[in-house]
Design a binder for this molecule. Sequence first.
Ligand code: FAD
Length: 293
Amino acid sequence: MTHDAHLIIVGAGPAGCLAATTAASVGMTSLLIDPAPAPGGTLWRIGHLANWPGFPDGPSYARALGENLAGLDNYCSYLQATVVRVEAGADLVRAFLADGTSVIGEVLVAATGVHTAKSSEVPWVACSEDFTEIARTSPAHLGPRTLVLGGDRPLGTWLRTHRDADRKLTVCHPIRDTYKVEEVRSDPRVELLPVQAVAVSGTGPFQIEIVRADNSQEAMEVDSVVTNIGTLPTALPGLAVGTDGFCPSASQHPRIVTAGDLSARDGQRVSTATGGGANAALTLYYRFRRQAV
Ligand SMILES: Cc1cc2nc3c(=O)[nH]c(=O)nc-3n(C[C@H](O)[C@H](O)[C@H](O)COP(=O)(O)OP(=O)(O)OC[C@H]3O[C@@H](n4cnc5c(N)ncnc54)[C@H](O)[C@@H]3O)c2cc1C
């Protein structure tokens, strides 16, 4: 069976881009697949990049990666598409696309990163709708009393950005995230509630039922609800998934290597994604291709 490229790469963030660049350097062709019109992934959202020498922000590095890929001639093709599932067999890998077609390669790098979690994706929240992230909300859109679902770091940024916002924020967070809310603990606008579970009903005002970390129960009414739950790995169906939802390389089929933010909770940086993508391509090269050429 003919293949579309030696290497199929799912996700064109820094990990996927460096997998393609590195594959080309050892003579492997790659097909880089991403729904975005241009490569770069999360780099496009980084307004200030202090820890990656030579680039003041994410978009400038994303543009450089795009130019680099364009210069790889026939070694790398970019396909604007969404992968819905991957599959690996004895000799080939296949990526199934959202339009119902599929592409075939010898080996595959999965580098789909992480995504902002929705309230419906976390087990401790019960609600019938997905609420807006606090990071995308201005004080004008919040009522006097707001429930914040989750204690992730964007809350601190929001409070610093809106220093004059006179809003009461009740922040429900799982006990394991207590270390994340320390930076907002002294803000008088914030009430912190470590919880086991939260149920939201109504359409505004909202009725809230809380099971606190100490098992006590509480009911309240709020004007607005926003999320601040953090990120979850964008695991592709067909990959081996760990108990934390991430997809470590060591657990995958030998023809598949994961790279970047998708592969582990720790070390999510541009530099580690870049190195991880390059390493993924070389791992597959040494595992399969070197014998073939
Ligand atoms: C706001 C913000 C600021 C940050 N600031 C910094 C910083 O200053 N320094 C730093 O080192 N790190 C920073 N990071 C982290 C850094 O951006 C990530 O560690 C890095 O981008 C991870 O690269 P990646 O290639 O693994 O994933 P990503 O860059 O997230 O790329 C994943 C790609 O996969 C694609 N994808 C997802 N699902 C599919 C699918 N089903 N089919 C096909 N493609 C798919 C996505 O469209 C995306 O393009 C920041 C992150 C954020 C969100």
